[in-house]
Design a protein around this ligand. Structure first.
Ligand code: DX5
Ligand code: ZN
Length: 214
């Protein structure tokens, strides 16, 4: 599996050091943008993404937890983001348009759902989206407990993607650790997002490697 560590759990006073570590051991770098409206928390915005972009050697995987996500696609493209994912709950009827806009800017488009959104709601976008992000906690905070029901949702999405002969990736975010990584792989996950389990580990490089090999 690919590993996309979330810098929400990084040491912001020494972010350069943490990005250097991810340049060595991560596949992607996950950036959680929260606006205090779509989710009850505020994380960071363009100034941090820009700073990261200057030193990141791995693709930037931006997860937008904001209302009106389409407002920001151009700026993110300008900063060199590789992947942009936005919530179906925030985009509504604009979801297909958002995917087109992200792809037209040369980035990969991902559609995200929270644990209380039926996974079938993603099915209309199979064949359009480059990847899907299944939240295994409610978006808004790092360090929450993995919701085990996520496994069945991932498996359902994986089998529908296969049934349609599509190759979209499935990314999973929230409470991911080496404890649940094997089951996530089994369910059909391609990309693991991990904040706490990487950055709070005594050996983050080893933690990333363990996730990748799960
Ligand atoms: C939650 C974020 C996650 C979070 C993951 O809203 O989207 O990316 O940082 O953190 P952990 O791995 O600690 O659950
Ligand atoms: Zn995230």
């Amino acid at each position: 599996m690919l590993v996309s560590p979330s810098i929400l759990a990084a040491d912001f006073l020494n972010l350069g050091k943490d990005i250097a570590m991810l340049n060595e051991g991560a596949d992607w770098i996950h950036l959680d943008v929260m606006d205090g409206s779509f989710v009850p928390n505020i994380s960071f915005g363009f100034s941090v993404i820009e700073a990261v972009s200057k030193v990141a050697l791995k693709p930037m995987d931006v997860h937008l937890m904001v209302v009106n996500p389409h407002k920001w696609f151009e700026r993110l493209a300008g900063l060199g983001a590789a992947n942009v994912s936005f919530h179906l709950e925030a985009a509504g009827e604009r979801t297909a348009t958002n995917i087109d806009e992200i792809q037209a800017l040369g980035m990969k488009a991902g559609v995200v759902i929270n644990p209380d959104v039926a996974v079938e709601k993603l099915f209309p976008y199979i064949g359009k989206a480059d990847f899907f992000l299944i939240m295994s906690v409610f978006a808004g905070f790092g360090g929450q407990k993995f919701i085990p029901e996520s496994l069945g949702r991932i498996a359902a999405l994986r089998s529908e993607i296969l049934r349609r002969g599509n190759s979209a990736l499935i990314e999973v975010d929230g409470g991911v650790s080496s404890d649940n990584a094997p089951a996530l792989r089994e369910a059909g996950t391609d990309v693991l997002v991990a904040g706490s389990s990487v950055f709070k580990s005594a050996n983050p490089l080893k933690a990333m490697e363990a996730l990748r090999r799960a």
